[in-house]
Design a protein around this ligand. Sequence first.
Ligand code: BG6
Length: 343
Amino acid sequence: MTSDSRGAGGTVETITVAGQPAFSLRNSVGDQLVVLQHGAQVLSWMTADGIERMYCTPRLPSTPKPVRGGVPVIFPQFNLRGPDFSLPRHGFARHQPWERLDAVFAASALHGASAPAGDHEAGARVPPPPAAALPAAHVPHDIVGAEDAAAAGLHATDLVLGLHANEATRAAWTHDFSLQLHIRMLPGQLDLQLVLDNLDPQGCAPMHFTAALHTYFAVTELTASQVDGLAGSTRVDTLVQPNTQGPAGKGPLVLTGAIDDIYLGVQRPLVLQSGLGRLRIAMSGGFADTVVWNPGPVNAAAIDDMPDDDWRRMLCVEAACIGQPAELPPGGRWLAGQHLQVM
Ligand SMILES: O=P(O)(O)OC[C@H]1O[C@@H](O)[C@H](O)[C@@H](O)[C@@H]1O
């Protein structure tokens, strides 16, 4: 393990997980995050109270592959729902090698400042586009709470990973793009922001895509877990063929087993309540939809990279853009995020 960077906000170290490059983020209060470089996949978020908040399979692949757990990045197609049906299930981003961009850039970007020229990590092939700073308005208010932004910045530990269009992505999807995942860990909070720039020349047709942060939460027992806040959205039940669609239930969603629901137009932050306590799950920007997925016992037995009984210990609550695929013209930027907070 090598120490990469240390600042007032914490440390970011390069480590290996199952022989693959990864990053370990720690802050002064004792929160820890592990992120696999391949796919820019968060694998573990352990808060200072010693509670692991993410589910991750113990069956880690020995080659660079998406891992069953943590937060796979889904782009530019959710599942097989288009709009480009020729793409692999859940798109290609989770199968791609991502690169680290400078964490100093991350901190300045999240606070709306432009990254100085040459500020990017040596060897990072893809500098963020010149105006890659996230607008301040995009940072969810609850990241800073009552504190001012500067004080919150002091406690923030940042990592930015980037994926640029390459030969493999162009073979599947012709567009030129830069996709960044801004990861910010704050005490008891984790903020994940996707920033997509369309780098196609002016005059090209807009890019169309769907996307998600496919977050696998740890729960002690699925059937003792519930999700509150979905009322007012439209529920699509994808376990039945053809899919059925109707208003989401008014009360909390109580988990009983297999579920594969898409909730369109989620109007407020959700609360996941389980044996691990309460976790607030908020979406921002281009994420308007939420997917709630658990394979249940029968489907879990058919999934190779997860122990048969682990369906009981996980629940995916995914921030997504599905119902209304995004349209982004050349030169345009799309932002979307998921923000998690222990309550
Ligand atoms: O096995 P994968 O490709 O990672 O997908 C897992 C699940 O991902 C969810 O997002 C989908 O709604 C499910 O239908 C799917 O089974």
